[in-house]
Design a binder for this molecule. Structure first.
Ligand SMILES: Cc1cc2nc3c(=O)[nH]c(=O)nc-3n(C[C@H](O)[C@H](O)[C@H](O)COP(=O)(O)OP(=O)(O)OC[C@H]3O[C@@H](n4cnc5c(N)ncnc54)[C@H](O)[C@@H]3O)c2cc1C
Length: 343
């Protein structure tokens, strides 16, 4: 298992540790994952730290020691079960306890390794066991985890080996057809975040770009995903806190909810962000936007309505659709999905 000083330093900064405390946690962490027994005295000497700093990281549970003062935990991982490390991870011939469920699944996933993650559902207490093979969930005991694993298995996505992409941009390859009306260097299907990233990068490099969108410009995130969901969740959270905040010295009251107005405010936010972050950029960068559904006619031609669009390269940034679980009777009721709940 590998870690980097930089990653641990960022972690430490997030936890509000100073440089000396970060050094202690990092030294303890590295010794622990390298399987080297290290005592608190060794740690203080090696990290060249004052006793007060050492006390602070131990008291805060960022370095955990056993009865013999040997370090058995550091940062989010420990080699023995300790409070606030509820998830057990088996792999690499060892058992680890983690404070974050993402670590238990994410570390083997990032390494493409085989592992088992054991935990319990935070809400109902049901034990959950996930078997990870080559980083993907191969078996799960919890019905919800099984559903999610099955939905993931249905997608063509599989984690692959990490790939280094070019760090420096070379000049765009012009196809020599750029003067022709309907022949482009790059045709991009879709207009969500992925499509915009591709269009910006390509036009910055001088390519002649066309973007094709069959629905609302901006795709999922701004129209029916991140933006509307986060603003509505925030409104709900503020309402809930107004009625339940713990300070006697502050008087707040949750009175009533005007849903129509909340929806109106959400719509205004969506249209402002759609205009500023998407619509305006099309003209600013200068690529062409074509409305309609694209389909391939051959390897270099897209058809949009009656128009043929030719390009040397294509980016298919067509997003995803919700996976509908096989719940008996679901097809007979008017259920909502993330896509339909905003319309
Ligand atoms: C409720 C919800 C909340 C979310 N919250 C977050 C969040 O907080 N943070 C986060 O990072 N992610 C969040 N996501 C995920 C995020 O929205 C998506 O990962 C992201 O928008 C995908 O972008 P994309 O460009 O790949 O595809 P999309 O934005 O889905 O764009 C695909 C576009 O392609 C178009 N298209 C498809 N086929 C064709 C065709 N044949 N011809 C022409 N056009 C076509 C579609 O109309 C669509 O506009 C959320 C998603 C949902 C549903």
């Amino acid at each position: 298992m590998e870690t980097t000083n930089t990653a641990r330093d960022v972690h430490g900064e997030l936890l509000g540790l100073d440089a000396a405390e970060r050094g202690l946690v990092r030294t303890a962490f590295l010794a622990m994952i390298e399987g080297e027994p290290i005592t608190l005295d060794d740690l203080a000497r090696r990290a060249d730290s004052r006793p007060a700093k050492l006390r602070n990281v131990v008291t805060r549970g960022l370095v955990t020691v056993d009865e013999g003062d040997v370090v058995v935990g550091a940062a989010g991982l420990s080699l023995v079960p300790v409070p606030r490390r509820p998830h057990r991870m088996l792999g690499d011939g060892r058992a680890w306890w983690t404070w974050c469920a993402v670590d238990a699944v994410g570390i083997p996933a990032a390494l493409g390794a085989d592992a088992v993650a054991e935990t319990a559902c935070e809400w109902c207490g049901t034990p959950v066991r996930l078997e990870l093979r080559a980083g993907t969930i191969a078996n799960a005991t919890h019905p919800e985890a099984r559903l999610r694993a099955a939905a993931l298995a249905e997608t063509p996505y599989r984690p692959g080996a990490p790939e280094r992409v070019a760090a420096e941009l070379g000049p765009a390859r012009r196809n020599g057809h750029s003067g022709g009306d309907d022949w482009y260097d790059l045709a991009i299907v879709g207009s969500g975040g992925a499509a915009f990233a591709a269009a910006i990068a390509a036009t910055e490099r001088g390519a002649k770009v066309v973007m094709i969108e069959r629905g609302i410009l901006g795709g999922t995130c701004v129209n029916i995903g991140c933006v509307p969901s986060k603003t509505q969740l925030r409104a709900g959270e503020l309402f809930w806190r107004a009625g339940r905040q713990p300070f006697g010295g502050i008087r707040t009251r949750a009175e009533s909810v005007d849903l129509a107005r909340l929806v109106d405010e959400k719509d205004q936010l969506v249209s402002t962000l759609r205009r500023e972050k998407y619509e305006n950029l099309v003209g600013e960068y200068g690529w062409e936007l074509v409305r309609g559904e694209a389909r391939f006619e051959d390897a270099e031609t897209l058809i949009v309505d009656d128009r043929a669009i030719r390009a040397d390269g294509f980016v298919l940034a067509t997003g995803a659709r919700p996976s509908v679980p096989p719940i008996p009777g679901l097809d007979r009721v008017d259920y909502l999905t993330a896509q339909r709940s905003w319309t």
